[in-house]
Design a protein around this ligand. Sequence first.
Ligand SMILES: Cc1ncc(C[n+]2csc(CCOP(=O)(O)OP(=O)(O)O)c2C)c(N)n1
Ligand SMILES: [Mg+2]
Length: 356
Amino acid sequence: MEQTVQFDLVRVIHDDGSLAEGQSVDLGDEELLDLYRKMLFSRVLDEKVFRLQRQGRIGTYPPYKGQEAAQVGSATLLERSDWMFPYGRDLCATLMFGKDIVTALLYFAGHYNGGTVNKGVNIFPYGIMIPPQIPQAVGAAWASKMRGEKEIALTYFGDGATSKGDFHEGLNIAAVFKAPVVFFCQNNQWSISVPFSKQTATPTIAQKAIAYGIKGVLVDGNDILAVRKVTKEAIEHARNGNGPTLIEALTYRVQPHTTADDPTRYQDKTVVEEWKQRDPLEKYQKFLEKRGIFEKFEFEKVLAEINEQIAQAVEEFENVPKTKLEDIFDRVYTEMTDDLRKQRDEVRNFHATEGR
Ligand SMILES: Cc1ncc(C[n+]2csc(CCOP(=O)(O)OP(=O)(O)O)c2C)c(N)n1
Ligand SMILES: [Mg+2]
């Protein structure tokens, strides 16, 4: 007998910008417009960083365009003392949680200071292997619970990550020990060239929560207010000692996997176009217009401020001295081993004799 599970998509705003039936908004006009500003900033930055790669000014970059609602809507809900465990496509979320632009650019330029964070900003390095950040987040959350603290951990990962053992191990142990963690899956329906239909035989990721004995939620990932609503509930659930939630934010990767990918070889253009019509910024703008408050948003002025802020950060980034090859040995161990010292000296001598 075939078993089916029905997960309704949580939505606050319809694609035409109207409020979904039975939904209300608990934010004032200023807060609503601030969320728009944050998404606009994220969009402009993503496009800028993409261009920096094309101009050879940084290395490979994984764009997040189209996923701004998922990242801004969730990351802005964390308390300062909480913990974030991001994936490589989560530049936007990490900036919302306090990573600075210059350090982020250094990261994509392969600078060894790029992985650092400012003091008091609890962000782990981007999980580039798929997906170590899931069990790491569970460990941090569980530790917080053992110490009787209130901090929770939120971890981001993609649909592809859910096929890995780390996902199963992380969800299972977090569920058993009620670790205060939020599992946030951005289902952009692609894992490089592997489509969602080849990733899992279940219609949703959210339903996998049932097998672990935790709550699962399916949300429109292009609807910032819906993302906010379900993430807020998941954070409260965790903070109140009730354990983890698995959120599946349904969205779409409208850009290449990274700047090194050519998606025209495997994505259907018409589907990409359909999803572009559901762009999170445009949808939210329609909502603000319908509510009569978008006119209060000084678009040109704000855009100019954002461009200026980003231009300054890029300039500062480009003035940071490049990492020297010999520097890469410094942070492997607290105290350098004899082997590493020998290798470092070889590099130094090589550079000295080559005059570089
Ligand atoms: C263990 C491991 N296997 C393979 C890769 C290569 N890889 C990098 S990103 C990626 C796809 C991840 O897809 P998903 O989890 O859906 O996130 P998305 O990139 O779509 O945001 C893969 C397979 C890797 N980084 N680590
Ligand atoms: Mg994906």
